[in-house]
Design a protein around this ligand. Structure first.
Ligand code: EPU
Length: 337
């Protein structure tokens, strides 16, 4: 197998950043991956999935493997659940739609999230009251050091809020190749309580929603707030929502009386970074082609030809101002390369 040299990554990252990979190879199967890993090579190795959660700040030296392993399958079925699998290279939203078309429930709130199925466990994708961990069964991966295949269950993946083993101890060590989900085939449990879901369903005149209605409502909400990466480059939420203690929340409420907060365990609260960023005046701000999206302050955008370093500089300015004004540290959710 051969690497392509100095490949443009512009169409492979949802920010639409122009940058080159010194050596690039698309990977379509586990055996192709293992063949590449057997080559004697000490140069840096990176794994790219759907490119929707990465900010590339310069040309990449070494090797870049672009995981394009296909496959969607019903693995096992019993009375009211089914185990389905997705090859790591499957487009996440198309996989969700495929599950919905067969009346498999559990992924509907995660509709329209950009990216690939293989990348989804890494940051434990989540939206509208559901996260991947809720429906995850297990995954298969390849150890990048040894080329060996392995299986990991939910506990081993150590999922947290936009977090997992693969962002901590396992960072840079594994390539996820296939993900397995446990979905419902009957008596679907609908998660309707987050944000504008109920009112969106009511506006759609849906009285007794099913999983496909819920998916349509989520798609409607996302499309109205989040920029379409095909039109405006972005990677979804750029920062994570911070978790703070009660005393800290009370202090912040003095400064921002309308601050929203969600319970996050004993004496812990999650607060929307978007609200802090907006209160610092960044929403809709633009500096060259780098900007803070006008409809969702947590989303940084590339209006055309911004360099990754310009987006990063804006992110740092935003984080600094939130820190100086509110004493809260906001950290990127997006991987910065
Ligand atoms: N808000 C503002 N200003 C804004 C946007 C939001 O003040 O410009 C406030 C509102 O008060 C709102 C609250 O923030 O009540 C929460 O907003 P929203 O429901 O849009 O969600 P979020 O916390 O900004 C998170 C996820 C999104 C996910 C939505 C919906 C993170 C980092 N982001 O955003 O995930 O779609 O909830 O569940 O947890 C992503 O991770 O890339 C992503 C888009």
């Amino acid at each position: 197998m051969k690497y392509q040299t100095y490949t443009s990554l512009r169409t492979f990252n949802s920010f639409g950043i122009e940058a080159a990979a010194e050596r690039y190879a698309p990977v379509h199967s586990v055996s192709e991956l293992q063949t590449l890993l057997r080559e004697e090579d000490e140069s840096p190795l990176r794994i790219l999935g759907g490119g929707s959660n990465v900010l590339i700040t310069g040309d990449l030296s070494g090797r870049l493997l672009h995981i394009r392993i296909p496959g969607r399958q019903v693995e096992t079925r019993n009375a009211d659940t089914v185990i389905v699998s997705a090859g790591a290279g499957e487009n996440w939203h198309e996989f969700v739609l495929w599950c919905l078309s067969q009346d498999f429930g559990g992924l509907e709130n995660l509709s329209l999230i950009p990216g690939s199925a293989g990348a989804a466990p890494i940051q434990n994708i989540g939206a509208y009251g559901v996260e991947l961990a809720d429906v995850f069964d297990h995954l298969e991966a390849v150890d990048l050091h040894t080329g060996a295949t392995l299986r990991m269950d939910r506990a081993e993946c150590a999922f947290g809020y936009r977090d997992s083993f693969f962002k901590k101890e396992g960072a840079g060590r594994y390539c996820i190749t296939k993900v397995f989900f446990r979905l419902s085939t009957a008596n679907h449990r609908l998660h309707l309580d987050y944000g504008a879901i109920r009112e969106t369903l009511a506006a759609m005149k849906v009285v007794t929603p099913g999983i496909r209605d819920l998916s349509r409502a989520v798609i409607h909400i996302r499309s109205s707030k989040l920029p379409d990466p095909a039109r405006i480059g972005n990677a979804g939420s750029f920062f994570k929502n911070p978790e703070i203690e009660t005393a800290e929340l009370n202090r912040l409420k003095q400064l921002l009386p309308l601050l929203v907060a969600y319970p996050a365990g004993e004496d812990r609260h999650k607060i929307p970074a978007a609200q802090l960023i907006e209160a610092c005046g960044w929403k809709g701000y633009r500096q060259g082609d780098a900007g803070c999206y006008e409809k969702q302050a947590l989303v940084l955008v590339n209006y055309g030809h911004a360099a990754g370093s310009e987006i990063l500089a804006l992110a740092q300015q935003i984080a600094r101002s939130v820190w100086e004004r509110y004493g809260v540290r906001i950290v990127p959710e997006v991987n910065v390369w």
